[in-house]
Design a protein around this ligand. Structure first.
Ligand code: SF4
Length: 694
């Protein structure tokens, strides 16, 4: 029992972990946060929360936080604590000198889906207005960039179509490449409630996640596909629906481009896409595939929820398109209970994408090639915006190794730990003359930094996060920033040190600028969010109170567009040296690379990452439960303990990536999505052999 005493005041704010966006009451005694209580009026969580959010405040007070700015002349030199003024002046002078010597394009920024909308907007503005280039990217590059491409092409905008309430009207639900009860627990609970009420469930996942079989819940179908074959499975489902006459022709004729549908129907009808033809390749029995397709097409309101098991593949964008095709094919768009719903991993993935942090898009998903859109920002910012997309993260690192890219400002992202091909990331960072890391802790990337700017936690600043249902939630300052500045203020001071005339005194003014430049946010103000509790974009003159469900009368692009989804096998192949396929995921108590949750009480629930190995594969190798093993791929190797379990199929292994010792990205390859460069984290050919430990 923990005695917390009586709180003196409370502040309602938003969880900074996953894309559910739960509201909490932060209860305070003086300047001490004593408890986080799920907020009963929170529209995303309705008084519920998970163990991550409840104890999130632990990392805000952790002794590892760096509270003073630091600089050094080289990455071999010791850090030197300096004033904010000296650190920002040092960074600004270095960045300007690099541009003078190597050109305007020689520097860039990376924003984070952990930060607020306002902070993200300012970081991309720093690149576009102050640096004068489009070299801005976001950590969403390595998670949901294929969602941006796939839903943009088919529906016209990159966003989930539904609110969370919608699931209460679903009759049949597909969960593909997601594990909501661990990754998005509060939404997972709502889904389970609906399933207990009788909705049918189809799980498409290589691993037997809890939803497949848990108390009172049995999935109607578990399509336990081989990692990397999502597109083949989705196309086979469409094959059954089209060839058995189960498509919703009224919806398609009224709402979609008919010519594109006919082309798609011809494509999927090819016997090569039948369940029988793809059974051996996908590992899914044809009869299961046929039954699942029939259930989804005829079972009533059908909703699809998906996660990084869809996007983090060499065909991530194609799979997202396949999901959108399936929803249109069955008329499951534009009303409660249906839709296409990307479950965003981080708190503000949706927002960081909305805010123009991709190098080819200005805020509101508008391409930099569009002169009318550029003109909006050029006249407001008194600058010239290039019509050429800037560099993606991987391109920045490539250019750094080549010598043309020399400096970077990274806000809230540990690219050394979270991006693919760790050796290449390190080489790129090492080649740069000025790496500025703005973060809470001296993360792995900071080993290669010349400037360290201390970050502020979500409890120390005002702003907004946008959750997976496009809901803009208020983030309220609960306590004063321990480092003296909120992150948006640090970015503003860096811009000023480089000569910009920025004078924001509160994030609400940044939101006013977002609203003035971005049609989907046109009617969003802090006053309105406060009055309504939250707002779902689009929020403009057409939808003054926001939009819980999108594409009700028509798609954002006008008519929905079917696109062929040709399956192309990944280049990552199993063979005699690497006979198993590794896939990765998360566990309930931990969050991503663990930088926060490992610094809270949650670490007790998951002190190490384990490798799940099927009993048959374990016996073949003489490996027992909890033994140490060496996990090796073509890219690298690591050591971890084993959990022998039939949650994975023979030939498949699985691990989480919450602890840096696991070095999961030393193992993964540098293959990536063909359209967006999102890394193929979910398929790596590996070998597992006994080991004596690290
Ligand atoms: Fe809610 Fe996600 Fe935070 Fe858990 S981690 S409390 S589900 S927002």
């Amino acid at each position: 029992v923990i005695e917390i005493g009586t709180p003196e005041r409370s502040v309602v704010t938003t969880c900074a972990y996953c894309g559910v966006g739960c509201s909490f009451k932060a209860e305070m005694r003086g300047e001490e946060l004593v408890r986080m209580v799920p907020y009963k009026d929170g529209k995303a969580n309705r008084g519920h929360s998970c163990v991550k959010g409840r104890f999130a405040y632990g990392y805000a007070n952790h002794q590892d936080r760096i509270l003073n700015p630091m600089i050094r002349d080289s990455i071999d030199a010791p850090w030197r604590e300096v004033s904010w003024q000296e650190a920002l002046g040092f960074a600004a002078q270095k960045l300007r000198a690099l541009q003078a010597e190597y050109g305007r394009e020689s520097i860039g920024v990376i924003t984070s889906s952990r930060c607020t909308n306002e902070e993200t907007f300012l970081v991309q503005k720093l690149a576009r207005q102050v640096f004068g280039n489009n070299n801005t990217d976001t950590c969403a590059r390595v998670c949901h960039s294929p969602t941006g491409y796939g839903l943009g092409q088919t529906f016209g905008t990159s966003a989930g179509t539904q609110d969370f309430d919608s699931v209460e009207h679903s009759d049949v639900v597909i969960v593909i490449g997601a594990n909501p009860t661990d990754g998005h627990p509060v939404f997972g609970s709502r889904l389970k409630k609906r399933l207990r009420q009788g909705a049918r469930l189809i799980v498409i996942d290589p691993r037997r996640i809890d939803l497949v079989k848990s108390p009172h819940i049995r999935a109607a179908h578990h399509l336990a596909l081989k990692p990397g074959t999502n597109v083949a499975v989705l196309t086979a489902l469409a094959h059954v629906i089209v060839t058995e006459g189960l498509a919703d022709e009224d919806f398609i004729r009224g709402r979609c481009e008919w010519d594109a549908f006919q082309d798609y129907a011809e494509f999927v009808s090819d016997p090569a896409h039948s369940p029988e033809a793809v059974e051996a390749m996908t590992g899914v029995p044809a009869a299961e595939l046929r039954a699942a397709a029939r259930l989804f097409a005829t079972g009533g309101n059908g909703a699809i929820y998906y996660g990084l098991g869809v996007t983090e593949h060499s065909q991530g964008s194609t799979a997202v398109i396949g999901i959108a095709n399936l929803a249109m094919l069955t008329g499951n768009i534009g009303r409660p209970g249906v839709g296409v719903n990307p479950l965003r991993g981080q708190n503000n993935v949706q927002g960081s994408c909305d805010m123009g942090s991709f190098p080819h898009e200005l805020p509101g998903y508008r391409h930099v090639k569009n002169p009318e859109v550029r003109e909006i920002f050029e006249s407001l910012w008194n600058t010239k915006i290039s019509d050429e997309p800037g560099l993606r993260i991987n391109n920045m690192l490539d250019a750094a190794v080549d010598g043309s890219f020399r400096g970077i400002y990274i806000q809230g992202e540990d690219i050394l730990q979270s991006d693919p091909d760790t050796h290449h990331v390190a080489a790129g960072l090492k080649a740069m003359d000025c790496v500025i890391v703005h973060d809470l802790f001296l993360n792995e990337t900071a080993n290669y930094a010349h400037v360290f700017l201390p970050g502020s936690t979500f409890l120390e600043k005002d702003g907004t996060f946008t959750n997976a249902e496009r809901r803009i939630n208020m983030v309220r300052r609960v306590m004063a920033p321990k480092n003296g500045y909120a992150d948006w203020e640090v970015t503003q001071e860096l811009a000023r040190a480089m000569g910009a005339d920025w004078n924001y005194s509160h994030p609400s003014q940044v939101m006013d600028e977002i609203a003035a430049t971005t049609p989907s946010f046109a009617n969003v103000t802090y006053d309105k969010i406060e009055a309504m509790g939250s707002l779902q974009w689009p929020c403009n003159d057409t939808y003054p109170d926001g939009t819980p469900i999108m594409h009700v009368d028509g798609f954002v692009r006008g008519k929905g567009k079917f696109i062929r989804t040709e399956y192309v096998a990944t280049d990552e192949k199993v063979g005699p040296r690497f006979p198993l396929l590794l896939t990765t995921g998360r566990i309930l108590s931990q969050y991503n690379v663990g930088a926060q949750t490992r610094r809270t009480g949650n670490v007790a629930w998951h002190p190490e990452d384990l490798l799940e190995l099927h009993p048959v594969d374990a016996e073949d190798r003489g490996i027992k439960d909890h033994d140490w093993v060496r996990l090796a791929s073509r890219a690298g190797e690591t050591t971890l303990r084993v959990r022998v379990t039939d949650r994975v199929a023979p030939g498949v292994v699985y691990t989480t990536f919450h602890h840096p010792e696991t070095q999961a990205n030393v193992i993964t390859t540098d293959f990536s999505d063909w359209a967006t460069n999102c890394p193929e984290y979910k398929v790596t050919a590996v070998q597992v052999t006994p080991s004596n430990g690290p």
